[in-house]
Design a protein around this ligand. Structure first.
Ligand code: ADP
Ligand code: MG
Length: 254
């Protein structure tokens, strides 16, 4: 697995000083490999350390121990090869910028010239089906539309790796379902590598090719992996779907 795009080896994380006795680890000896182009799901209960792990892959926070490699480079800080999408669009999108300006924000930072910015933002606004809404402000958009803007903004920076932290967790059930289907379409069209965090087993099985199950913390780690060999779009009514669902569900029964 040395050719994996993301390689995590014996990663541990404590938020307290490691030399203090009685240190408790949020994550302890986590190992994970994600292949290029893979749609990988991190599934685990609230508080087990999913966001902490994703934030380490993003380079927002540092591991206490262990090694984390993305794109053949040790992760020590955020990089253009990794883009993050959050659950709360409202704390991520700039309210004073339009849809188009939000999508172009990273391009502006990189001093990409206007005609090129226009081209790129149009492409990704079209891709997430937001054409016609370019000049609206976030407050004029529904929750699902705001998440489309976040997705377009991340994609406009053209990262190899998309990190998604419960991006549909705050949406109503119907919008969530639409966004799940849209994400599959966008993933297939862009060939991105996705690490998607959720605590929702059905969502995990609708989206992922591979699911890593995290144990309850402290000392949380990925205890099991499941390959989900089901065609897209997934059908929650099939017996195969329900068989995998029941198998994984066992891990969360106490
Ligand atoms: P999840 O995303 O799975 O719900 P988190 O990664 O947010 O879990 O949190 C895992 C654990 O780490 C929780 O017990 C949380 O309180 C703790 N934690 C997260 N961030 C910090 C921090 N910056 N300082 C101290 N503790 C933290
Ligand atoms: Mg979280």
């Amino acid at each position: 697995m040395s050719n994996a795009l993301i390689q995590i080896k014996d990663i541990s994380k404590t938020f307290s000083e490691p030399k203090v006795s009685k240190t408790s680890y949020v994550l302890k000896d986590v190992n994970l490999n994600v292949r290029k182009g893979e749609f990988f799901i991190l599934l685990g209960p609230s508080g087990c350390g999913k966001s902490t792990l994703l934030n380490m892959i993003a380079g927002f926070i540092q591991a206490t121990d262990g090694q984390l490699i993305a794109n053949n480079q040790e992760v020590i800080k955020p990089g253009e090869d990794r883009g993050m999408m959050f659950q709360q669009a409202d704390s991520s999108l700039f309210p004073w910028l339009t849809v188009k300006e939000n999508v172009e924000f990273g391009l502006r930072m990189k001093k990409i010239e206007k005609s090129e910015r226009n081209k790129i933002s149009k492409h990704y606004i079209d891709l997430v089906n937001l054409s016609g809404h370019e000049h609206k402000f976030p407050r004029e958009l529904s929750g699902g539309m705001k998440q489309r803007v976040q997705l377009a903004r991340v994609l406009a920076n053209n990262p190899d790796i998309l990190l998604m932290d419960e991006p549909f967790g705050a949406l109503d059930a119907m919008t969530r379902k639409v966004m799940q289907q849209e994400l599959i379409r966008v993933w297939k069209q862009t060939n991105k590598t996705i690490v998607f965090v959720t605590h929702d087993l059905q969502e995990a099985l609708l989206l992922g090719q591979k699911i890593g199950i995290m144990s309850v913390g402290p000392d949380s780690k990925i205890t099991h992996y499941y390959d989900v060999n089901l065609e897209y779009p997934r059908d929650i009514t099939t017996s195969k779907f329900n068989e995998i669902y029941a198998n994984i569900q066992q891990h969360f029964e106490h």
